[in-house]
Write a protein that binds this ligand. Structure first.
Ligand SMILES: [Zn+2]
Length: 266
């Protein structure tokens, strides 16, 4: 019996691998994206209720976040539609919100639910810097990195049960896993850093997305240097999930020539 369960489990893992349309990499994907998007709507609305959301009609920062978000979302939609990959953005209904917070953080839930914390704006410094951060987070989302982490967590913590089963049996643990998988809020305990491979992919596609939207991708190197400089003894939350180190700068410089081919200043 144990053997059969073991075999079934391995079969589930094998069939649970999917080729990502953005990166072309095979990744573990045990949870249907549509279910994650549904869960994201609930978690996103709860987060917005519990935090102070800045109104773009009165806050130029929030208006800038909206503007950058819309430009990136439009650029990638045009790109993937024209390359026969409309499925990349299946189920995406973008929402961009800015919350007032001392924390330097930003994230994108499945389905395009984005939050930028005002505490990151002194480090992004200008609109192109913000586009680098938002492009990076959006890249994590559409490269399905959160799904990959959620799937790994479901295997490690819950023996690979279906999301609906996990939600009904262990609702809190499942929601906490969702939050840590997407880099949201440290109230649920230790933040999981993204893997090096996920970071490299998010950097590469983030640069390209910012460039497509008319933002200078070269701002990325300057942004990450500023982020590294505010590290110190109490580093920003963003750094605990996105380490700013030399490998990142090296990779950014490696990807820059390709990103520049997508860039026309607007
Ligand atoms: Zn990242």
């Amino acid at each position: 019996m144990k053997k059969i369960i073991g075999l079934l489990f391995i079969a589930a893992l094998l069939t649970g691998c999917a080729m990502n349309l953005v990166t072309g990499r095979k990744q573990l994907s045990l949870v249907p994206e549509s279910e994650l998007q549904l869960m994201a709507v609930g978690q996103y609305n709860t987060f917005l209720k519990e935090n102070k959301v800045l109104n773009p009609a009165y806050s130029s920062d929030a208006a800038m976040v909206d503007r950058v978000g819309a430009r990136i979302a439009n650029a990638i939609k045009k790109y993937y539609d024209s390359h026969g990959k409309a499925a990349v953005l299946k189920g995406y209904t973008w929402e961009f919100n800015t919350v007032e917070s001392k924390d330097a953080n930003a994230w994108c839930m499945p389905g395009g639910k984005v939050v930028v914390y005002s505490g990151i704006l002194p480090i992004t410094l200008n609109e192109a810097g913000l586009a680098i951060v938002m492009g990076h987070e959006i890249a994590h989302s559409i490269a399905k990195h959160g799904n990959e982490r959620m799937s790994q967590g479901m295997v490690q913590q819950m023996g690979g049960v279906a999301l609906q089963v996990a939600l009904s049996q262990k609702p809190q643990q499942t929601q906490d896993l969702f939050m840590t998988s997407y880099g949201i809020g440290s109230q649920v305990g230790a933040m999981l850093p993204w893997s090096r491979q996920q970071e490299t992919e998010a950097d590469k596609y983030g640069l390209i997305f910012a460039a497509m939207a008319g933002y200078d991708p070269r701002e990325a190197v300057l942004f990450w240097k500023r982020m590294a400089a505010v590290g110190g003894s109490k580093p920003p939350e963003f750094l605990s999930t996105h380490p700013a180190d030399e490998t990142r700068i090296k990779n950014l410089n490696k990807f820059m020539p390709e990103a520049m081919t997508y860039y026309t200043a607007k």
